[in-house]
Design a protein around this ligand. Structure first.
Ligand code: PLP
Length: 458
């Protein structure tokens, strides 16, 4: 039977019979039907029953940044698919060139755009660049890559090997060698039990001690999320990246900024690192590149990184021997070009800054409620951390946080939450609404949260 003729019950039956949902335990679907989305406009989506939700997550995982229902992107993609859908990215294509050219002025210092299809892949490209550079620069042992506790860089085995969210790694080892952890930068739970600014940024300075312990000649790269997203919405303090970048420069370590969540305006600047004035060597991005209208990811580099692969006089085959088949999707680039034009033409960075300020201020009013331990965020990337006890900061149990999110969904507001990510600390909800959010939407989200927190925690 064609799908259009199926009623919701038939869709649900087919979903139960054949679909394997990601990051989901299927057991509860037996008594509670799975959510099946059908359409969206702006921040609102409808399920197959016609129930409407205010989506404060931009598609569950901070993706649909310019909002649902952008005909302009769909139309441009359709036209490109008809004209020239694909050729491997070993050659150029017109939307790819347009995208790379448009992006360059938004990321001063970074000149090169390399394509793939997911955040994990974009990060793996960065790791491969670091490790290949060790050969090109004559120090073949300089291959270790440092990563930060609580950061996430993707789902493939090597991306997981560089992930500081250990519950996500359970069962999937053995992991790729050569990745070394350093402490997170969350002041609310300082890894050194210190208080800013008296701490002298021990969290950042500890990286130097780790590099020295590992041997600087063995460390080639360091990856961080500019603002940790799924690990708890953690914007480091203002001077953090100055310290980190200086350490990287001192030991010849390439600084990789994973902008998969923060990139393309989520925090009010085009890239999250731009709040901090650092100059990364490599930047990765994915989710917001085309607001998930099409799958596209980018590993952007400085000219120096690129030239290392060009200027080897001894070996003309010493280019970056890497390819992702779907990196050549011209229509994905078209979607990204339209997405970027929307951000520019609608002045969405300013909107993110203004609405983000207002969202954070409204969330901070929840701090007086029982169980609300901390509110953090930048732009339209915000989080609320829950505790059993404000004095001890004992994390609230994940099941209770899941109930808060479920209650909010029951009232038509979708919020994100930590999902078996950090052992014993899946105690926060996350908000990442589309950039077109209004003041009314903000009030609805925060009022719904207040009601659900009072219901679940009091
Ligand atoms: N990096 C960050 C910061 C992420 O949040 C994610 C996904 O959530 C990834 C990388 C991996 O992206 P993908 O799921 O597209 O592979």
């Amino acid at each position: 039977m064609p799908h259009a003729a199926k009623d919701p019950a038939a869709f649900i039956a087919a979903d139960r019979a054949h679909v394997w949902h990601q990051l989901s335990q299927h057991q509860p679907f037996a008594d509670k039907p799975p959510m099946i989305v059908a359409e969206g406009k702006g921040l609102r989506i409808k399920d197959i029953h016609g129930n409407e939700y205010l989506d404060a997550t931009s598609g569950g995982v901070w993706c649909v940044n310019v909002g649902y229902g952008r005909d302009r992107i769909a139309d441009a993609v359709c036209a490109q698919l008809k004209k020239m859908p694909y050729y491997a990215a070993s050659v150029g294509n017109l939307p790819f060139i347009e995208l790379a050219e448009m992006l360059a002025p938004h990321m001063p210092g970074l000149t090169r755009t390399y394509l793939s299809n997911s955040g994990s892949e974009a990060n793996e490209k960065a790791y491969k660049m670091v490790r290949a550079m060790a050969h090109l620069t004559g120090n073949t042992s300089k291959k270790k890559i440092l990563y930060r506790n609580r950061d996430y860089h993707g789902t493939t085995i090597t991306a997981l090997s560089s992930g500081g969210q250990y519950e996500r790694r359970d069962w999937f080892g053995p992991f790729t060698p050569g990745f070394v952890e350093f402490p997170h930068a969350c002041c609310y739970r300082c890894a050194f039990n210190k208080t800013y600014p008296g701490c002298d940024l021990d969290c950042a300075r500890s990286v130097e001690r780790i590099i020295l312990a590992e041997g600087p000649e063995t460390v080639g790269g360091l990856i961080v999320e500019p603002i940790t997203a799924g690990g708890g919405i953690i914007p480091p303090v203002a001077e953090y990246y100055d310290v980190l970048a200086a350490i990287c420069a001192k030991y010849g370590v390439l600084l990789i900024l994973d902008e998969v969540v923060c990139g393309m305006g989520r925090t009010g600047t085009m890239f999250g690192y731009q709040h901090y004035g650092v100059a990364p060597d490599i930047v990765t991005m994915a989710k917001g590149v085309a607001s998930a209208y099409m799958p596209i990811a980018i590993t952007a580099t400085t000219e120096a990184v690129f030239q290392a692969f060009v200027n080897d006089p001894s070996d003309k085959l010493a280019y970056f021997r890497d390819i992702s088949t779907f990196g050549g999707c011209a229509a994905c680039c078209t979607a990204a070009v339209e997405n970027l034009k929307i951000i520019e033409e609608e002045n969405l960075l300013q909107r993110v800054t203004e609405k983000g300020r207002s969202l954070k201020a409204a969330l901070e009013e929840l701090l007086s409620l029982p169980g609300v331990g901390d509110v953090r965020g930048k732009g339209l990337l915000c989080g609320v951390e829950f505790v059993e006890d404000k004095a001890t900061k004992k994390p609230l149990a994940e099941a209770k946080v899941a109930r808060i999110a479920a209650e909010a969904a029951g009232h038509g507001v979708l919020v994100g939450r930590a999902n078996r990510s950090l052992p014993g600390m899946n105690n926060f909800i996350t908000l990442a609404p589309a950039y077109v959010i209004t003041q009314d939407d903000i009030e609805r989200i925060v009022n719904t949260l207040r009601d659900t927190i009072l219901k679940v925690l009091v």
